[in-house]
Design a binder for this molecule. Structure first.
Ligand code: PPS
Length: 291
């Protein structure tokens, strides 16, 4: 089955969205979380798949037959409703694993209330704006289910204007950051920290989740989730996903901190930084654009 032409952005409760993430809205909002659910929440392209695969290996690494399914099926995408696949909510309702690992890109104010009522653990991953924008650009080029990206210069302007699927990066990362200050069940991770020292961040994750894997098990997970290993792993690299055209760009593209330097001109970088300062002046949240 083919997808319809690329979707258009529209305003949805103050957030730019496409119909693939709003068509099932009542069911998404009424989603019934379970107390042991683990939610992986991110702005798109911040490291969702990386953390999903880490959690999948930590919880289900021993059940080998399970590993014959791609990560995007094992960690269902809550708000997704797209031709070719059953709705995320339906997949989750039928999931019998414990815990369920759930992916969302929703900004904090749109998360179904059941996650708060059940006090579920939430792992939020954030990535610096410049690398995030570059990664999102290449993703939108290769993914037929995303709006047409246009050229890089216009795309960057749109990113700064918050006119991206799932809205403004600035609002997303700060919204979740503010919520984390009062909600103990949110672990806020940074992509840059994970690149710098995956083992250290794995320890933080385990302690947040109350897991104590053996040293050997930890090494196994750490090895499995290295960029090069995930890139060649068809269960982790999205190569089985028909809406993506890997001839344009692979899903596992570079996995680096600082790739923005290969995309931003000096003028673009200066303009971006100036705008960034204004948008982020009221938050303590800090990112590294190099490590
Ligand atoms: S999505 O579509 O929102 O779920 O994408 P997401 O998984 O959040 O982000 C994809 C980017 O994460 C990089 N990635 C990794 N980097 C380092 N190490 C590992 N193991 C890893 N796994 C995924 C992936 O390459 C995308 O970033 P870019 O910069 O495009 O390479």
């Amino acid at each position: 089955m083919e997808l319809p032409p690329r979707p258009k952005l529209f305003d949805f409760h103050g957030v730019s969205m496409t119909n693939y993430f709003t068509d099932n809205w009542d069911n998404v909002q009424n989603f019934q979380a379970r107390p042991d659910d683990i939610l992986i929440a991110t702005y798109p392209k911040a490291g969702t798949t990386w953390v999903s695969y880490i959690l999948d290996l930590l919880y289900f690494g021993q059940t080998t037959h399970e590993h014959q399914r791609p990560i995007f099926e094992k960690v269902p995408f809550l708000e997704l409703l797209i031709p070719l696949y059953p709705p995320g909510v339906e997949v989750l309702d039928n999931l019998t694993t414990s815990p369920r690992l759930i992916k969302t890109h929703l900004p904090v104010q749109l998360l179904p209330k059941s996650f708060w009522e059940k006090n579920c653990r939430i792992v939020y991953v954030a990535r610096n704006a410049k690398d995030n924008a570059v990664s999102y650009f290449h993703f939108d080029r290769m993914n037929q289910a995303e709006p047409e990206p246009g050229d890089w210069n216009n795309y960057l302007q749109r990113f700064m204007d918050g006119k991206m699927v799932f809205g403004s990066w600035y609002d997303h990362v700060t919204g979740w950051w503010e919520r984390k200050q009062t909600h103990s069940k949110i672990l806020y991770l940074f992509y840059e920290d994970m690149v710098e020292d995956t083992g250290r961040e794995l320890d933080r994750l385990c302690s947040f989740l109350g897991l104590s894997p053996s040293a050997e098990e930890k090494e196994r997970v750490k090895g499995g989730v290295q960029f090069d290993n995930m890139k060649k792993n068809s269960m982790a690299n999205y190569s089985t996903n028909p809406v993506m055209d890997f001839k344009i760009s692979p899903f596992m593209r570079k996995g680096k901190v600082g790739d923005w330097k290969n995309h931003f001109t000096v003028a673009q970088s200066e303009q971006f930084d100036e705008d960034y300062k204004k948008k982020m002046e009221n938050t303590q949240l800090r990112f590294r654009t190099t490590i």
